[in-house]
Design a protein around this ligand. Structure first.
Ligand SMILES: Nc1ncnc2c1ncn2[C@@H]1O[C@H](COP(=O)(O)OP(=O)(O)OP(=O)(O)O)[C@@H](O)[C@H]1O
Length: 246
């Protein structure tokens, strides 16, 4: 689904080159999950922006569903850290925003918004404004808005980082259920080793700035009942910690 070959990205700041990513190569099979983890500033968000098509200036080859990555690809959804909800629009309209932009209106829009809000368990909050929601609820609304577009590629930039530990675990479980029922391809940027292991069938470990790939770890037990409490989960936590903090 995603094929990245020799990707390098530079930013330019006051005529100085800021190297962000160097010689990144990996593949993500369709319908699988991938977590990207690495130290602050190593280029994780940059990598996600490239995959979303928002950042078009790069060297190397990036294919999404066998096509060169392009902006506004219809079936790619990006969830940013701040959820991107519009404060003056009610939950219903926030969730329906992407559909509106794509020309889906009226009854059809209503049915989709209702379905995805029910999927994240928040249909009853449809008339609230974002400021009237908890952080976890806002995040679920952000997820619902992405789901409304029926993405086959869901990109998430530290989606649960600002939440308390319990809410975070609950939303991780919910994300896993959504993935198990829909089997879209998910790419998740995270600072959390636990989150990477809980959600990423493939874990891309990046070095510090400029970001290179240190290792790609296979994690096939994602989604198995009781995985978080298993010995293998804990062993992998230690392995990843040693890679990140040698
Ligand atoms: N617009 C920009 N201009 C210049 N440099 C930038 C720009 N955006 C990001 N950078 C630099 O590129 C590098 C990668 O940034 P990026 O935000 O992708 O890292 P990150 O791994 O997501 O960081 P964090 O984990 O702290 O969110 C950093 O060193 C950052 O300072």
């Amino acid at each position: 689904m995603v094929e990245v070959t020799d990707l390098s990205v530079d930013y330019y700041q006051q005529q100085k080159v800021v190297p962000a990513l160097r010689e990144i190569s990996f593949n993500i099979p369709r319908g699988s999950t991938c977590a990207i983890i690495g130290p602050s500033g190593c280029g994780k968000s940059t990598l996600l922006y490239v995959l979303s098509g928002l950042l078009g200036k790069f060297n190397g080859k990036v294919l999404v569903d066998t096509e060169p990555v392009a902006p506004l690809r219809r079936q790619t959804a990006l969830i940013l850290q701040d959820y991107g909800l519009l404060p003056r629009k009610k939950v219903f309209d926030n969730v329906g925003l992407g559909l509106e932009i794509r020309g889906v209106k009226g009854e059809q829009k209503h049915a989709v918004v209702k379905r995805v809000l029910a999927e994240v368990g928040l249909w009853e909050l449809q008339d609230r404004y974002p400021s009237q929601l908890s952080g976890g609820q806002r995040q679920r609304i952000g997820i619902a808005r992405a789901l409304a577009l029926e993405p086959d590629l869901l990109l998430m930039d530290e989606p649960f980082s600002s939440l308390d530990a319990l809410t975070r675990e609950r939303l991780q479980r919910q994300m896993l259920q959504i993935w198990q029922s829909k089997r879209m391809t998910i790419v998740l940027v995270t600072h959390s080793i636990e989150e990477a292991i809980f959600l990423g069938q493939q874990i891309i470990v990046m070095s510090g700035h400029p970001g290179r790939i240190l290792d790609i770890v296979d994690n096939p037990r994602v989604g198995e009942p009781g995985y978080r409490k298993s010995a293998q989960f804990h062993t992998l936590t230690t392995v990843l910690r040693e890679k990140l903090v040698p």
